[in-house]
Ligand binder design. Structure first.
Ligand code: COA
Length: 138
């Protein structure tokens, strides 16, 4: 695996990857969240290229991660795992009690590898099925 770095990025840097990977047929504003200014955005960089992004929204002792995306050509190579593990470490270091996400149902097995558990909360948005998954730290 080539060497990589993980760092905080701006929302403007995160948006093109969100857009390309998640909702390429919508406008770029579709992947902008009203809460983006309150979030912290992280990226994984290889050879100066940003290839994966994730956004963390901390509220009190809990955090939600949203808009997790790896460029298609880099998917399935372990970069998403590295980035999500970094987020889990940040959550633990900040003494958060819980981290959660709205998981696409197709991704629940992936999140289970990070000790995230299914909750009973399921919903459909934009034609996709989601379930809330969570990990409790304390
Ligand atoms: C979800 C997402 C961010 C994961 O990023 P990624 O960089 O592909 O993540 P990884 O490569 O670490 O893991 C992806 C899969 O590849 C597997 N993998 C990781 N490294 C691997 C390797 N070297 N060889 C083979 N498989 C590998 C992982 O086990 C994982 O398998 P699983 O999905 O069956 O659990 C990415 O798939 C994505 O952008 N999807 C589209 C947007 C999306 O669905 N976002 C999440 C919404 S909830």
């Amino acid at each position: 695996m080539p060497s990589y770095t993980i760092k905080q990025i701006t929302i403007e840097e995160a948006l093109p990857i969100r857009h390309k990977v998640m909702w390429p047929n919508e406008t770029i504003d579709y992947v902008r969240l009203p809460e983006d200014d309150e979030g912290t955005h992280y990226g994984l960089i290889i050879d100066s290229n940003l290839i994966a992004v994730i956004s963390l929204f901390i509220k009190g002792k809990e955090a939600q991660f949203r808009k997790f995306a790896t460029l298609h050509e880099y998917q399935g190579k372990g970069y998403g795992t590295i980035l999500l593990n970094a987020i889990m470490n940040i959550a633990a270091e900040n003494n958060l009690t819980r981290i959660w996400c709205n998981a696409r149902t197709s991704k629940t097995n992936f999140y289970a590898k990070f000790n995230m558990q299914l909750t009973p909360v399921e919903f459909i948005k934009g034609g996709l099925n989601y379930v809330i998954m969570e990990r409790n730290f304390h």
